[in-house]
Design a protein around this ligand. Sequence first.
Ligand code: SAM
Length: 161
Amino acid sequence: MKKNSLDDYQTPPSALDPLLPYLDKNKIIWECASGKGYLVNRLQQEGFKVIATDILTGFDFLTKEPDFDFDIIVTNPPYSKKYEFLKRAYELGKPFALLLPLTILETEKRQALFKKYGIEILLLKKRINFITPSGSGSGSWFATAWFCWHLLPNQINFSEV
Ligand SMILES: C[S@@+](CC[C@H](N)C(=O)[O-])C[C@H]1O[C@@H](n2cnc3c(N)ncnc32)[C@H](O)[C@@H]1O
């Protein structure tokens, strides 16, 4: 992995605020690329049961079958593997919310996935200041949204917070 690549950026817990109203507290959430655990900690504080895995702790989301029960995948995946994460999430067949750059909408290959399975997008009011490996803010130089499946009421949803 390249030093200081986007794959190393962590998500500030506040990025979950727009998504929380759509997550059922009785469901088990799988954070499948949990990194330093910012999203895991926030979800646990909110009262969710969370399973946290990461390739750094030996669980490759793209190749390993989960041997635990889960209901919803929630993560900000490594952006160098965004197509692979999206495809894998669809194939696992459970509801998911992936925080992805808006550019995921580009290219015929990715659009083929959206066409085949459907997609629900939660647009954010502001860009997210991701946490860089040095601990500073990223300066919000690209826009993201929560790309969801079987979670949101509409194909396009606007953040209320
Ligand atoms: C952009 S960071 C996000 C971390 C965390 N989800 C967050 O939002 O703060 C991406 C994480 O994906 C992990 N990762 C990369 N490839 C993976 C794979 N194939 N399976 C599971 N985790 C992976 C990296 O180790 C890194 O921790």
